[in-house]
Write a protein that binds this ligand. Structure first.
Ligand code: MG
Length: 457
């Protein structure tokens, strides 16, 4: 299929989104996108110009950047030297946010599942000089870039016959290698979802990818109404935008940087009032817009006070509401809130608080890291005695697996939220916006959030 270059249209879209003050998430595949395909995958590298260009872009305000690859996380990070960047390796199964890391909990089963077939594949590798088996923490790749077309066909036929005999795995050809993973393991789309939840679920996504293993990421971006961009002739057809090659991507990013740079000053003025196009419908956004700085900490306190959110357990477990982090001005403004948070950390206190004034609260946030089963008991109590009071259980991304275990063992409805200021503020905005702008939706959404599985897939 002949595709027409859509760089102009794409540039206009990204610039206009940025101009609105929205965070722009620029996410890239590595091989075939940021770095040209080379005969030996171990020799692939980004050009110095590309590296410098990405470094410039990531320094702009309101830009979030990430690189997602089938390579192991360690290998990927050794090839990309860009600060403030999130990395996802092993096709999305290992994510490094910088401060936190997240891994597909199913990954640990991978090598046990392929134990029988690996020696068989290694025997074929010996028969085809120029091929190799690259082991990663949760997957492996069979590389055959070094073979002639006819030899490659023979190698693939033998390898696929063996792979077919192994249940519970999936495999696909990408850049003249066969990538092998567990069936239903995390892919780049799921990794992007985790990244959005971690940083800002409302950011505008642009994903650049060149091959089949970018399909899920491109699908996810389409679902989020972002920009799905294919690079080169092998890019999945679901990409709505198209650039001919990494070289053209380079030129595109050059132009984009110039455009965004000229807008930076205007955007920084707008970013303090993140009302966005729909914000005027909701008082929550006015509350945030009244804040003078970019520090999200006062924003969460304002939001909690204005919306009467009961917070359970955040004070001593995470420093989330550490008195040392709250300015004296803030304490003067919200004495009720301060004392309320200070003293609600267990079921008895929650019972007292809700018995006296349940109708006062619009939402309860429960910190899952409370000791023992305190959080579970609190959630059970609220579900039983105050079934109409919305309740959200928060958990750090790094503790995601714990939340899943708790959910399975205790049948407690959980909505996992990463305990970062930006992410929590963003998630709460969404929650209030949805429920205030469409009150009839409340019961349905509430029911759904209460019964939703925390499974990331
Ligand atoms: Mg690629």
């Amino acid at each position: 299929m002949i595709r027409s270059n859509t760089s102009t249209k794409l540039g206009e879209l990204l610039t206009s989104v940025y101009q609105e003050g929205k965070t722009l998430g620029l996410f890239f595949d590595f091989d075939g996108t940021l770095a040209p395909i080379v005969p030996l995958s171990s020799q692939a590298q980004m050009s110095e110009r590309m590296n410098a260009q990405l470094n410039q872009l990531v320094q702009l305000d309101n830009i979030k950047m990430g690189v997602l690859s089938g390579r192991s996380l360690e290998d990927l990070k050794s090839r990309v030297d860009i600060p403030k960047t999130v990395f996802a390796g092993s096709g999305g199964m290992e994510i490094d946010f910088g401060k936190d890391q997240l891994y597909d909990p199913k990954g640990g089963n991978f090598w046990l599942s392929v134990e029988r077939i690996v020696p068989l594949l290694e025997r074929i590798i010996e028969d085809f000089p120029g091929t190799r088996l690259e082991k990663k923490p949760y997957s492996f790749s069979l590389h055959f870039r070094g073979l002639s077309p006819s030899m490659a066909t023979g190698f693939q036929a033998y390898a696929i016959e063996i792979l077919r005999s192994c249940s519970g795995i999936r495999y696909r050809e990408v850049c003249q290698s066969i990538e092998v993973q567990l069936h239903k393991s995390w892919d780049k789309g799921i990794a992007l979802d985790h990244i959005c939840r971690y940083f800002d679920n409302d950011m505008f996504l642009a994903y650049f990818g060149d091959d089949l293993n970018d399909t899920e990421a491109l699908e996810y971006v389409n679902k989020k109404k972002g920009a799905a961009i294919g690079i080169g002739d092998h890019a999945p057809i679901i990409a709505k935008y198209y650039l001919e090659s990494p070289r053209q991507l380079h030129k595109f990013l050059d132009d984009l940087y110039s455009d965004l740079k000229s807008l930076t000053r205007k955007v920084s003025l707008k970013s303090n009032c993140r009302s966005r196009s729909r914000g005027t419908k909701s008082s929550v956004f006015h509350c945030i817009a009244s804040d003078d700085g970019d520090d999200p900490e006062p924003k969460i306190h304002q939001l909690i006070q204005q919306k009467n959110i009961l917070c359970v357990g955040f004070l001593d477990s995470s420093g989330f509401f550490d008195p040392a982090l709250i300015s004296s001005d803030m304490i003067d403004k919200i004495p009720d809130f301060y004392s309320r948070v200070d003293h609600v950390n267990n079921l008895i206190e929650v019972e007292d608080m809700l018995y006296e004034s349940a109708s006062h609260f619009s939402l309860v946030l429960v910190d899952l890291r409370l000791k023992g089963l305190e959080a579970v008991n609190i959630l059970n109590y609220i579900n039983t005695h105050f079934p109409n009071l919305p309740c959200i259980a928060c958990v750090e991304s790094i503790n995601f697996q714990n939340a899943m275990i708790w959910k399975r063992n205790n049948k407690i409805p959980l909505l996992p939220l990463p305990l970062r200021w930006e992410a929590l503020v963003s998630a709460l905005h969404h929650w209030f916006y949805d429920h205030e702008s469409n009150p009839t939706k409340k019961s349905l959404e509430l029911h759904r959030s209460r019964s939703a599985s925390v499974s990331p897939s």
